[in-house]
Design a protein around this ligand. Structure first.
Ligand code: ZN
Length: 285
């Protein structure tokens, strides 16, 4: 999620950190309740650079070891299946964009800990919309995606180029989502059942296109815990960024932390939508 004003962003980050440390203190009185709930996590890159959505391999190991001890880590298809709703202590791990570091750095860690995962990849790994992605990291090759699939990972789709889907007309949306899916399935030889909305943006028009493409479920980054009844085209996930120590990580995954995270995302989403409206107005002036 991008915001345009760094100052505003840093104030929001401070408020969020303050909230997490209060939640951490509250949670220490009720450790069992603090650890309840099922949720889906959304990572991006696992590396040692300083992009805000890169997690260091060191932090990633600690996070996975903590989850392995405290939760049941299952496949994405399992956590969203109707049968799993009886278990209120599940987690699924996902990665968006399909960076090469997922194969190089996350895979060995997850293999060692026997943790299943899903990666949402782009159809065009040569010329994606780098401005929208806000970074320039190397993406997984077709061969690497196939290898991940062979070792049991689930492969989802994240649009063809990571375009700014809110601004696309029907035709271009069709190219990004419907045609993009078909072309990429042919290249991969794997059918893509799940879709992750680029930048977490979904409108009625985008959801309609995702359904038309034949996806069985689609994932947002709205940051809530999974409820008993979920709309299969608005399944929430929680995005992890690089700024969290273990105390904050534990706090943000507790029911109160997930609630706070979802409010933070609502503000960011509102800002993105307003920016788009203002941009459209000024273009039309
Ligand atoms: Zn993305």
């Amino acid at each position: 999620m991008k915001t345009t004003n760094p100052q505003k962003r840093s104030i929001m980050e401070q408020v969020y950190k303050l909230g997490l440390s209060s939640i951490s203190r509250l949670n220490s009185f009720l450790p069992e309740a603090a650890n309840s709930g099922s949720y889906i996590l959304c990572y991006h890159a696992i590396d040692n650079d300083n992009w805000s959505f890169t997690i260091t391999p060191n932090d990633f190991v600690k996070q996975m070891e903590y989850l392995k001890k405290s939760k049941n880590i299952v496949k994405l298809s399992e956590i969203i299946s109707p049968d799993s709703k009886k278990d209120n202590n599940q987690v699924a791990i996902t990665f968006d964009d399909g960076y090469e570091s997922v194969c190089q750095n996350a895979l060995p860690i997850l293999r060692k800990l026997k943790i299943p995962a899903t990666v949402f990849v782009l159809g065009d790994n040569v010329n994606p919309d780098r401005k929208e992605m806000s970074e320039n990291k190397k993406l997984l090759s077709i061969q690497q995606i196939k290898e991940l699939h062979q070792v049991g990972w689930e492969i989802g789709f994240h649009s063809k180029t990571h375009a700014y889907t809110r601004a696309l007309d029907k035709n271009r949306l069709r190219k990004e989502i419907i045609n993009g899916k078909k072309e990429f399935e042919e290249k991969l030889g794997i059918s893509l059942r799940y879709f992750a909305y680029p930048r977490g943006i979904y409108t009625d028009k985008i959801i309609r296109t995702v359904k038309k493409a034949g996806f069985k479920a689609a994932f947002t980054v709205d940051g809530e815990a999974l409820k008993k009844t979920i709309d299969p085209y608005r399944i929430p996930r929680t995005v992890l960024d690089r700024n969290r120590d273990m105390q904050q990580f534990k706090a943000l995954l507790s029911p109160l932390g997930l609630w706070l995270g979802s409010k933070r995302i609502s503000v960011l989403k509102l800002e993105e939508h307003l920016n788009y409206r203002i941009h459209k107005l000024t273009v039309n002036l």
